[in-house]
Design a protein around this ligand. Structure first.
Ligand SMILES: Cc1cc2nc3c(=O)[nH]c(=O)nc-3n(C[C@H](O)[C@H](O)[C@H](O)COP(=O)(O)O)c2cc1C
Length: 398
């Protein structure tokens, strides 16, 4: 693994990296494979997982939104309800609910988010995703918009959402939403360091990067290699600096990665080989056909899953591509390479979530923290350790 990536101007060396995990609220785990996965989609499993994660030093969990079976995930729990349940079961973890414009009205979501913010003492967030599973929309009798029009709607959706979270007598007249003189009361909690509950955005295409750059607090991408993700960052930053950005602070960056941390590189590689060898072929092939509604349907053919191989799609968010597979040291070094290009958050998935989230906190995170402190020092600055999340080893924050 390369350790020579130059530090980009987009990198924030003072702020510790943040870590998130995918909430397994859909059945079948996060890889479409018949390999043993000691991961369950039910609430009890997830409640315990959330507590393990916050003790291990994770700051965020991301609930997925899915209404219909796909890639073998034949059972799904609704993201916003699940998110509230997990917030109630934890004390420090921030939980992000994925939401589709087109399924939700932004005013209804703003109201939900404010209530969730009050209930959780400022720990609720949303991930706005534009969708790819056409049947979910059309079988519900909802319009399925052409790819780039979905992002026009998403951008309006976030503008309305933020407007309703932050302004009184908010009005907006766009092509998808028409809001007149609306004030939501109560407002979100007044918490120092944030303008409102955080708005994440998941997408990869050129249209997604532009919309995120103009509107999102956080841009999330599918798994990518370093060169690939550098392209996403520059696309988002170009839109953010175009003068059309409506969000208060500059966007921050998160990338998905499937983690296989084992004592030796050979064991980790062998686990990946077994996942692929035991792929659930019909489910992966069905998924490959359905995702043609995403990246491949764009005008420039660039977007999520545009060039994903059969192997990539076994982790349905291209998580193998990020390369978090090896020993704890190798994974920590790889994570630092992503920090150098401007990544602020690692969104992670595992084969056996409870065991491996705990192991990640124990074996990988301490090395990441050492390496990021070194990196800061070598570049003439300091890692701000006041911003590190508490772990069970250090005890809870005051
Ligand atoms: C981190 C991340 C999380 C996502 N979560 C969901 C989800 O929960 N449900 C969903 O339908 N799509 C989800 N998506 C996919 C988006 O809805 C969208 O289909 C995808 O970004 C492809 O669009 P693009 O080609 O324009 O990038 C997610 C995407 C990313 C990057």
């Amino acid at each position: 693994m390369s350790t020579n990536t130059p530090v980009s101007a987009a990198a924030d060396l003072q702020t510790p990296l943040k870590f998130a995990y995918w909430v397994p609220n859909v059945s079948g785990g996060l890889v479409v494979s018949t390999i043993e996965q000691r991961t369950s989609w039910d609430f009890d499993y997830n409640k315990k997982l959330a507590r393990i994660a916050e003790d291990a030093g994770f700051e965020y969990a991301l609930s997925q939104t899915r209404y219909a079976a796909s890639y073998g995930a034949d059972k799904q729990h609704e993201a916003t309800a699940f998110t509230l349940g997990l917030l109630g079961a934890t004390e420090r973890l921030k939980v992000i609910a994925a939401v589709h414009p087109g399924m939700w009205h932004p005013g209804v979501l703003a109201k939900w988010l404010i209530t969730a913010d009050h209930i959780s003492n400022g720990r609720a967030a949303v991930n706005i995703v534009s969708g790819w599973l056409k049947d979910e929309f059309t079988n519900f009798g909802l319009p399925w918009l052409e790819h780039d029009e979905r992002y026009v709607r998403t951008e309006e959706f976030i503008t309305v959402l933020r407007g309703l979270l932050t302004e009184k007598d908010f009005s907006f007249h766009g092509s998808h939403y028409d809001i007149s003189d609306f004030t939501l009361s109560p407002a979100p909690l007044d918490i120092p360091g944030r303008a409102h509950p955080e708005i994440f955005f998941g997408g990869n295409s050129t249209a997604a990067q532009a919309a995120a750059g103009r509107t999102a607090d956080w841009y999330f991408s599918n798994g990518r290699d370093l060169e690939g993700f550098k392209g996403n960052i520059s696309g988002v930053l170009a839109a953010a600096s175009s003068g059309a950005r409506t969000a208060p602070a500059k966007p921050r960056f998160g990338i998905n990665g499937f983690v296989i941390a084992r004592d030796t590189e050979a064991e980790a590689t062998e686990t990946l080989r077994e996942i692929i060898a035991k792929a659930h072929r019909p489910a992966v092939e069905g998924f490959a056909a359905a995702v043609k509604e995403a990246g491949q349907s764009t005008k420039d053919g660039k977007g999520m899953w545009e060039d994903s191989t059969f192997e990539d799609l076994i982790q349905y968010n291209d998580g193998f591509r990020t390369g978090l597979i090896g020993t704890p040291e190798q994974i920590a070094e790889r994570i630092i390479e992503f920090k150098k290009i401007g990544v602020n958050l690692l969104l992670t998935a595992y084969l056996h979530f409870q065991e491996e989230v705990a192991a990640f906190g124990r074996d990988v995170l301490p090395i990441v923290r050492e390496l990021e402190a070194d990196l800061a020092r070598k570049n003439g600055t300091e890692l701000n350790t006041d911003l590190l999340p508490a772990t069970s080893l250090e005890g809870s924050p005051a």
